[in-house]
Design a protein. Structure first.
Length: 564
């Protein structure tokens, strides 16, 4: 770890230092292990010249470093000749406004960047396709300000610190996990598959379920139901088949009287991007289903269900929730990591959050950090925090006790391992919600009990990234004093420490977020728990549990002669 003697480095504050990435691996970051001077051209008519004030690092940066040009958001780009730059969790200050942007932005305005940019439906993310914030100054133009949602920047409210502003982006990802991302209604004009697995001995009401489809495939459907479909949607292209058509995916799949887990598993592979499978029945499946956990996370595949013969009752927000149950039991698996800690903190700080929060992680050191940072918060808000060093199986007795045997209302997994997700899902009650927060590659299968999707209203969800509104919501909570993003901060460094910061994230060195202050020159990467040995005048302004504060932030900037 860093010591006082390492405070001064070879860089000078007069250079525009940055960390371009020229390929895969840490050696491809910067030049000879150091940041380099990067020229910034004159400000164009539709551009802003910005100063980068703070940048958070996360495991998404590690993915790009490992994959290089193979990363899906780089589209095979030759990084040796067209480098990119990490740093998608960034907050900046406007230094100069191009003529075309006058009146929209002003000098001195602070902005948080929402990196999940889309242009004409194509992802052109900041920190990936668009070079990111690990640089002291750079230009941003229509590649950031003119995407599909308009500007991908959010004004930072007065009184919000640099760390809080930068960390609003990962917090937006956490916030997004509890907003409805799935499609909960039939797709108008879409491709629909309707089939029966078991005998249909009830009068099935399909009104509102098949009316708007453009193409309907019927498999194993009795003549009476076929007639109903034709009556409800006479404009659709309707095909009656004896087997699943090869190579065809469906926007909506409705399974009447499901029985076979193998069939449901096969049908799950036929769900289109943002597609919906609806299960309507009264008997459980004959086993676990093989479900693509990666697609649940990245493609927002949705699983809806009902025991009612009125199929439309399975749709909509009333039946399908997205947020944690008020007063319930919530389990967080992988709670010791930076993102897991954020989920736990959000659960505790939410106005209508769970009564019992169970944090599970095998790393006792990380859990010790979580306990020290969040126990006081749990006590203050009157919620029970249970911290368990182990896996989901070891958490089970605690879940049984806390729920009175009903099992968990919510299970959130921040570990990208299928076996861990499978085991965690077993902690969920029949009306529970499972959130696959950690991303695993598409095609990663998990064996899940899908019977309660229709028998009990169980939810299986996953989210990837965040949107502008998610980040707006986070900054509004910061302004209202109901959220403290920097409570999760574990280590800081200046511009020269960025490469070591990425390595630290790769190694899991810190039980919390790593933050780079690009305007600070000469500060190595240092954990907040060792800050007293390096910068005692800054460390004395940390909070009671050693957490980052705005007073510590200002002292840090003053020490290095940085004015923001």
């Amino acid at each position: 770890m860093a010591k006082k003697a390492n405070l001064e480095g070879p860089m000078t504050a007069t250079s525009n230092l940055g960390w371009n990435t020229y390929g895969s691996g840490l050696d491809a970051m910067g030049r000879d292990g150091q940041p380099e001077h990067i020229e910034v051209g004159s400000t164009g008519h539709g551009q802003l010249r910005v100063r980068v004030d703070a940048v958070g690092l996360c495991f998404s940066d590690v993915k790009l470093i490992k994959q290089g040009a193979g990363h899906p958001k780089l589209y095979g780009r030759d990084l040796a000749s067209e480098p990119t730059r990490l740093g998608h969790e960034a907050t900046v200050t406007v230094l100069e406004v191009g003529d075309q942007l006058a009146g929209q932005y002003h000098v001195g305005e602070r902005l948080a960047i929402q990196p999940d940019i889309h242009v004409d439906g194509v992802s052109t993310a900041y920190g990936y396709t668009v070079p990111g914030g690990l640089i002291q100054h750079h230009l941003i133009g229509q590649e950031v300000l003119g995407g599909d949602e308009g500007p991908y920047v959010i004004p930072v409210p007065e009184g919000c610190g640099l760390a809080d502003a930068a960390l609003s982006e990962p917090w937006a990802c956490v916030e997004a996990a509890y907003t409805q991302r799935r499609r909960l209604e039939p797709l108008p004009g879409g491709r629909l598959l309707l089939l029966a697995d078991g005998p249909v001995e009830r009068d099935i009401d399909l009104a509102g379920a098949v009316d708007s489809a453009g193409h309907i495939t019927l498999l194993g459907i009795e003549a009476e139901i076929e007639q109903t479909v034709r009556r409800l949607n006479g404009n659709a292209d309707i095909a009656v088949v004896e087997a699943l058509p090869d190579g065809m995916d469906f926007d909506d799949i409705i399974v009447l009287e499901p029985r076979s887990a193998e069939l449901v598993s096969e049908l799950a592979r036929r769900i289109a991007f943002r597609g919906v499978m609806l299960l309507a029945g009264t008997q459980p499946l004959d086993g676990r289903c093989a479900i693509d956990l990666g697609r649940m996370h990245y493609h927002y595949t949705a699983y809806l269900g009902t025991t009612s013969p009125v199929i439309r009752e399975a749709y909509g927000r009333t039946r399908n929730r997205a947020d944690l149950i008020d007063g319930g039991v919530a389990v967080f698996v992988g709670a010791g990591g930076p993102m897991g800690q954020m989920h736990v903190q959000r659960a505790l700080e939410s106005e209508r959050g769970p009564a019992t929060v169970i944090a599970v992680d095998p790393d006792e050191d990380r859990l010790a950090v979580l306990r020290s940072r969040l126990s006081a918060l749990a006590e203050r808000v009157g919620r029970r925090l249970v911290v368990i060093a182990g896996d989901a199986s070891q958490a089970r007795p605690h879940v049984v006790e806390a729920s009175g045997g009903a099992m968990a209302d919510d299970v959130v997994v921040s570990v990208p391992v299928a076996a861990v997700m499978e085991e965690a899902a077993e902690l969920m009650g029949p009306t529970g919600m499972f959130v696959a927060f950690a991303g695993v590659p598409n095609g990663t299968m998990g064996n899940l009990d899908m019977s309660n999707v229709y028998l009990g209203a169980a939810q299986f969800t996953g989210t990837s990234g965040s949107g502008v509104q998610d980040q707006v919501n986070v900054l509004a909570k910061v302004r209202a004093g109901t959220l403290s993003p920097s409570l999760n901060l574990a280590a800081i460094g200046g511009i020269g420490a960025a490469r070591d910061g990425v390595r630290a994230v790769m190694e899991g060195r810190f039980a919390g977020k790593v933050l780079i202050f690009p305007q600070v020159v000469g500060l190595p990467l240092v954990g907040l728990d060792e800050l007293a040995d390096v910068l005692p005048e800054v460390a004395k302004h940390l909070g009671p549990s050693g957490e980052w504060t705005e007073r510590a932030e200002q002292e840090l900037l003053d020490h290095f002669g940085v004015t923001v």
